[in-house]
Design a protein around this ligand. Structure first.
Ligand code: MN
Length: 213
């Protein structure tokens, strides 16, 4: 393997975000922001110019927009929304559920998640790599951990709205939604029909629902 490929392989196999080499690094776009190329970041703001506001995020005081299909509203917060998180190895999310609302099966390729129920009763679970399910109803104040890379889901089974706060041990956990990845990404019909035992009509229905609009 070429040395550069080996290096990329080793980096991608690391178990967590890399350790910061300074207290913090609030990105500073400067007076004339340039268009960033893939995976590049702005230089750190001079710490003497940082203020408390750089480390406070006010964008999850209220729920996000609810999906009509799932009754779910999620707000993911990473350094794009909250620059103060940059280099700190963590991020978070707020999720709200209408009664019966569902956070569909998904996984985070780069982070383990803890999900705290702030209000409501939330059926929560994940499936391990052997196909075993671990799921139960969480009451307000309870926390479930979803190990990195494992498929997990939640459903509001209470009598009113539910809210959860999720934390991730990566500043960029990634979010892979299973339904859209499988049925909305353009995988050839023949593959999906055979893989899932679906008729063309059944597959078309699923593709319609999960095709990106
Ligand atoms: Mn999650």
């Amino acid at each position: 393997m070429a040395p550069i490929l080996l290096l990329l392989f080793l980096v991608s196999g690391a178990t967590a975000d890399s350790d910061p080499v300074q207290d913090f690094c609030v990105p500073d776009p400067g007076p004339n922001p340039v268009q960033l190329t893939h995976l590049s970041t702005y230089p750190c703001k001079n710490p003497s110019n940082a203020s408390a506001d750089d480390f406070v995020f006010s964008g999850i005081r209220f729920p996000g927009n609810f999906s009509n299909q799932t009754g779910f509203a999620g707000i993911s917060v990473n350094p794009t929304q909250f620059p103060g998180l940059n280099t700190l190895g963590m991020s978070f999310a707020r999720a709200d559920f209408e009664q019966g609302g569902v956070n569909p099966p998904h996984y985070h390729p780069r982070a383990t998640e803890t999900a705290l129920v702030l209000t409501g009763r939330v059926y929560s679970g994940f499936v391990d790599s052997a196909g075993r399910i671990y799921a139960k109803v969480l009451e307000k104040g309870e926390v479930m951990v979803f190990p990195r890379g494992l498929v997990h889901f939640q459903m509001n089974v209470g009598e009113s709205r539910a809210t959860i706060f999720g934390s991730f041990n990566s500043q960029n956990p990634g979010l892979v939604r299973i339904p859209g990845t499988v049925f909305g990404s353009g995988i050839k019909d023949a593959v999906l029909e055979k893989a899932f035992g679906l008729s063309p009509e059944e597959l078309e229905k699923l593709e319609k629902r999960f095709r990106p609009s």
